[in-house]
Write a protein that binds this ligand. Structure first.
Ligand SMILES: [Zn+2]
Length: 192
């Protein structure tokens, strides 16, 4: 099954993912979990809330390590599927080769458990292609949509970029705000 976790920046997606993993591991001591993340988004921590830590039994790999191992060993993915009860992927929209992981989900998520967390939309509120693929597919069995908190107090649904840069991918916590629909639409300073 595929549990999909989506939301804007500062909605607590990684925190929710890690807590979900820990919850499953707390219930089952023999559970084996693999956590995969794209190296380009790593800022020295997996979760802004430093009180949220992994169970020490979770194995962690970057996207690059995962794909390198797969290139070296033709039975790598079969072994991963056999060895791990749950495979999790964080920051899905930032994967270099999302097609590779969409193939993985297409092939194995009916029989194996996957939990995938991601931003839903970019700073222009456009749904990321890889996210749209999952939302429109029949892959998803459960969907947790998280929201943050706008400065005005309303639910924050969108990731507002606070500097001028038109690239879709610009990593950095300090140049984004989580905003509600009204605040996002009333301040078009950097929404190009
Ligand atoms: Zn607001």
């Amino acid at each position: 099954m595929l549990h999909f976790i989506t939301g804007p920046m500062f909605a607590g997606k990684s925190k929710y993912l890690i807590k979900t993993i820990n919850c499953y591991m707390h219930e089952d001591n023999s559970l084996k979990v693999l956590f995969i993340y794209p190296e380009k988004t790593y800022r020295g921590y997996f979760c802004r809330d430093k009180d949220t830590i992994f169970d020490s039994r979770v194995d962690i790999m970057t996207e690059g390590e995962f794909r390198d191992e797969n290139n070296k060993n033709s039975s790598f993915i079969e072994n991963i599927i056999l060895n791990y009860d749950i495979i999790t992927i964080d920051e899905f929209c930032f994967l270099e080769d999302s097609g590779f992981f969409l193939d993985l989900l297409n092939k194995y998520s009916k029989e194996n458990d996957f939990i995938v967390a991601t931003l839903d939309r970019d700073f222009k509120r456009v749904v990321w292609d890889s996210v749209a693929y999952i939302l429109d597919s029949e892959l998803m069995d459960a969907h947790t949509e998280l929201s943050g908190r706008c400065e005005c107090g309303k639910r924050g649904l969108y990731s507002k970029r606070t500097v001028y840069n038109t690239s879709q991918v610009v990593i950095g916590d300090s140049i984004y705000k989580c905003e509600c629909k009204d605040c996002y639409e009333n301040d078009n300073t950097y929404t190009v």
